[in-house]
Design a protein around this ligand. Structure first.
Ligand code: PLP
Length: 361
């Protein structure tokens, strides 16, 4: 895919950009440029264009607006100690994007084209990459069905877009979150779209998120759709349970059953935890085992993980059956060790033994 460079002729001034980066938050301000490419069934992918960030003009009958045929990715570029910038495991995002595309009947995009378009945009807008640890440039590649018409069928036209936004730490890492275990709503069932990164999964989660907020909780924990018993994910993040203490601890995560989203942070932590000398295990954990495990002290720490927040400690769980505290309710030691180690690799202050960082500059 050729990338035609036609960058914004009126980028933000240095002071305006610095102000927007310093404002922090997540997804409040976007960088000067975006990348866009079009696909149609007859001719395949067009060249990509890097151009000024701005609104899209869509016919009101555009398919995605009615039937939600869309996919997205979330990934980050991190400032490096030598003044450079690295992407973290971009090929893994490209491969997952294509898995989501297949499930949502959208066209795949060659892995190298996905990575090159992301690379080109970050390179163009490199001054937008925040410098402090925990901060990053969040990258949002996505694809929408852009056939015009209300007929229900896989779209014969698709639009691929990449946008970027400076991000501070998504959650306050020093504060453990409280989660609401939803027994009323489900996120994903076997044969559904739980393993695809698609907007509809998020749309379907918002009512449960509202309910969680009404219960005084920060996030929803999803259980399996059949027995409403097995713990799957938290919001848009995967979950980890620390069993035991010190170097004998086991770091446990729910296994990928087809209804969970295969997080790249989840996968990276399986490796990082092993590198740090912990045992790792993928399996099933029920809500009863969660409650009894924190009560007996067998489960010592719980955390969620994903690209946006990296690692987010869970201090308290609530459900219609009561509430259970993890340890003393504060962020756990192993949780913070894993968080700091992974962030260290991403920011280039800890050796990247697995070749995860891809330099942009
Ligand atoms: C994106 C996402 C995750 C986390 O994936 P990462 O690759 O680690 O960012 C977990 N669960 C859901 C539902 C997601 O959409």
């Amino acid at each position: 895919m050729k990338i035609n460079l036609n960058p914004n002729s009126q980028p933000a001034s240095d002071s305006s950009r610095e102000e927007k980066i310093a404002a922090g938050g997540f997804g409040k301000y976007y960088t000067d440029n975006m990348v866009i490419a079009e696909w149609n069934e007859a001719t395949g992918w067009s060249d990509a264009e890097l151009k000024a960030y701005g609104p899209l003009a869509l016919d009101p009958a555009t398919s995605v607006l009615h039937y939600g045929q869309e996919i997205f990715e979330g990934m980050k570029a991190y400032a490096q100690p030598d003044g450079g910038v690295s992407l973290f495991r971009p090929t893994a995002n490209a491969e997952r994007f294509n898995k989501s595309a297949v499930r949502m009947a959208l066209p795949e995009i060659p892995v190298e084209d996905f990575v090159e378009t992301v690379h080109a945009l970050v390179k163009q807008d490199i001054k937008w990459v925040p410098k402090n640890t925990g901060e990053s440039l969040y990258i949002r590649p996505f694809m929408i069905a852009t056939e015009v018409g209300l007929g229900v069928r896989p779209s014969n036209h698709a639009t691929y877009i990449v946008i970027t936004t400076p991000a501070s730490a998504y959650f306050d890492p020093s504060k453990a979150v409280t989660v609401w275990i939803s027994t009323e709503f489900v996120r994903a069932a076997k044969g559904g779209t739980g393993a695809a990164k698609t907007g509809g999964n998020y749309a379907a989660s918002l009512l449960a998120q509202k309910q969680a907020a009404a219960e005084g909780c920060d996030q929803v924990v999803w259980l399996d759709a059949v027995e409403h018993k097995w713990v799957e994910e938290m919001g848009g993040m995967n979950l980890y349970f620390v069993k035991g203490r010190g170097k004998d601890a086991t770091i446990f995560t729910p296994k990928l059953t087809g209804t969970l989203l295969a997080g790249i942070t989840r996968d990276s932590i399986l490796t990082v935890a092993k590198d740090l000398g912990y045992k790792v295990e993928e399996g099933m954990i029920s809500t009863d085992e969660w409650r009894d495990g924190v009560a007996s002290g067998e489960i010592t720490e719980i955390f969620a993980c994903g690209t946006a927040a990296v690692v987010s400690p869970i201090g308290m769980a609530k459900s219609s059956q009561g509430s259970w505290k993890t340890g003393d309710g504060e962020p756990g030691q192993i949780t913070m060790e894993i968080r700091n180690h992974l962030l260290g690799i991403q920011h280039g202050t800890i050796e990247d033994k697995h070749g995860w960082n891809v330099r942009v500059k």
